[in-house]
Design a protein around this ligand. Sequence first.
Ligand code: HEM
Length: 151
Amino acid sequence: MVAWLLFVHVLSAMVWLGGGLTLMVAGLRVRSSSRPEAVAEFARTVPFVGLRILMPAVVVLLVTGVWQVLASSAWSFSQLWVRLALGLFILAFLVGAIYLSRVGIGLARATTDNRLASEGAALLNRWLVGYVVVLGLLVVAVWDMIFKPGL
Ligand code: HEM
């Protein structure tokens, strides 16, 4: 049972990290594109992928992570690495759910209103920086899962 939870947990971490990295590389390509409609297309792709792929992976990751701690006698919520995991998850979730979704909505508005192309480019830059932060937090989380500081 715990092995299956770990299996699903690792798969969802791969989807979140891999999906996010792919989206970020696509964003970098859009930034250097000379086509003005590329930013608008990207602004529509982000929520499409976010809601269908990333959000479910984030929820499954948390559920299977917490479930493993509850189901296995080896892990407990008093362990430093488990607390770190929860802290990193909450931080990554907050940056994604609050900062990135607000920037994403702004980006979609700026492109549908046909406002200045420079405004879209600035918002895209902010989105990219936010995503670098999320991916950095996720890499630290993978380190934490494997090295388990405090154990
Ligand atoms: C923040 C995002 C997270 C990522 C990217 C992530 C990733 C991973 C990975 C790659 C493993 C496999 C490590 C190994 O087998 O050596 C793992 C294991 C595990 N994770 Fe997470 N995890 C995250 C969050 C969480 C959370 C929030 C919890 C629970 C509070 C949690 C609990 C666990 C447990 C109990 C294991 C099993 C450890 C073992 O069997 O050695 N994870 N995680």
